[in-house]
Design a protein around this ligand. Structure first.
Ligand SMILES: *Cc1c(COP(=O)(O)O)cnc(C)c1O
Ligand code: SF4
Length: 339
């Protein structure tokens, strides 16, 4: 078989993870066909996807069970017309991020930590995400080559930790991220670099040698906070990606969002946290869903959340019980819900 020179150069210059990112499933018809689901779901999925597109990497899709509409991974990505139902109290900017923005993708709400919105892009579109409405395309630090974000951080000597968030920062190329880290290293008061990402879970090929090098190879202490909601998300490919990060000295933490129909059972949450520990990841936060327009069908009550948290605490060692938290607009940190 002969390939054109152009095709050869494209495949050799783009790392495999970027090719996989580009080949994500975006057509609801293809999703239903690959998972052997009824075609009656197509029209509703198309309608909901018009507001927030379908997007799911094939390696994540491969962990779903065919023919199972209740699959906990499928439920996180399948567009449903329930998203279009009016829902009082569910709004487009539930945590007040637009108000907290210091411009150029910098969010400085909490003491000592600055959050950078590095990009609006994600590898997967999670239906419950507040990002479905946030105008990240305009407000991100990368758009201005990081200059004004770095200037802000350099002026705030009380800031010790920079958190890369998004979207998903790991959708950016290693070269760009390495360039940012080089500049952060030059700011003497920065001690820790934290990345909030779902990519090692939904597209583990993203954990390249280059990533490990720029992330764990500087004087900054590296912390990665993954976002995992169900034990089925953690297969052997994820575990081996995490192992390489840990061996390089990265502290691996996880946050989970409580989601009706995905993980709102004590057994599911217990299994998830045991599996996280088996993979070398410690639990950090268990979030109540942000009340974002289009996500009401994922919400559980605060009482139910507290009950699930209590049940987890009865079954798991203390170090495997995450903090139950809620984001409250204008608060100086995540609000902890006492047991
Ligand atoms: C969640 C968040 C942080 C990090 O908070 P931690 O409690 O340190 O994990 C920082 N800044 C903003 C704007 C946040 O939303
Ligand atoms: S920001 Fe996180 S939760 Fe939202 S769509 Fe991206 S990966 Fe999913």
């Amino acid at each position: 078989m002969s390939e054109s020179p152009l095709a050869v150069s494209l495949t050799t210059t783009r790392p495999p993870w970027q090719q996989e990112l580009a080949r994500a499933v975006r057509d609801p018809a293809e999703l239903l066909r690959l998972l052997e689901l009824p075609a009656t779901l197509l029209e509703p999925a198309r309608r909901a996807a018009r507001l927030f597109p379908l997007r799911v990497p094939r390696s994540y899709l491969a962990r779903m069970e065919r023919g199972n509409l209740e699959d906990p991974l499928l439920r996180q990505v399948l567009p449903l017309t329930a998203e279009l139902d009016p829902a009082p109290g569910f709004v487009t900017d539930p945590v007040g991020d637009l108000g907290a923005s210091k411009g150029a993708g910098v969010l400085h709400k909490y003491h000592g930590r600055v959050l950078l919105i590095t990009t609006g892009a994600c590898a997967i579109n999670c239906r419950y995400c507040f990002r479905r409405h946030f105008p990240y395309a305009q407000a991100n630090a990368a758009a201005g080559q990081w200059h004004s974000a770095l200037r802000y951080i350099a002026q705030r000597t009380e800031v010790e930790e920079v958190i890369l968030s998004g979207g998903d920062p790991l959708t950016l190329a290693d070269r760009r991220l390495a360039q940012l880290v080089t500049q952060l290293v030059d700011i003497p008061h920065i001690r820790r670099l934290r990345i909030h990402t779902r990519l090692p879970v939904v597209l583990p090929a993203r954990v390249t040698d280059e990533l490990v090098e720029w992330f764990a190879g500087s004087r900054l202490q590296p912390i990665m906070v993954l976002h995992t909601n169900h034990a089925n998300e953690l297969d052997a490919t994820v575990t081996s990606a995490v192992k390489r990060l840990r061996e390089a000295g990265v502290t691996m933490l996880n946050q989970t969002v409580l989601l009706r129909g995905v993980n709102d059972e004590a057994m599911a949450l217990t299994a998830l946290h045991q599996r996280l520990f088996d993979s070398g990841i410690l639990p950090y936060y268990l979030h109540l869903l942000d009340r974002v327009a289009g996500a009401r069908h994922f919400a559980i009550t605060q009482d139910r959340a507290r009950e699930l948290h209590r049940q987890m605490a009865r079954r798991l060692p203390g170090y495997l019980v995450p903090r139950l938290v809620q984001e409250i607009e204008g608060a100086p940190g995540k609000h902890w819900l006492p047991p």
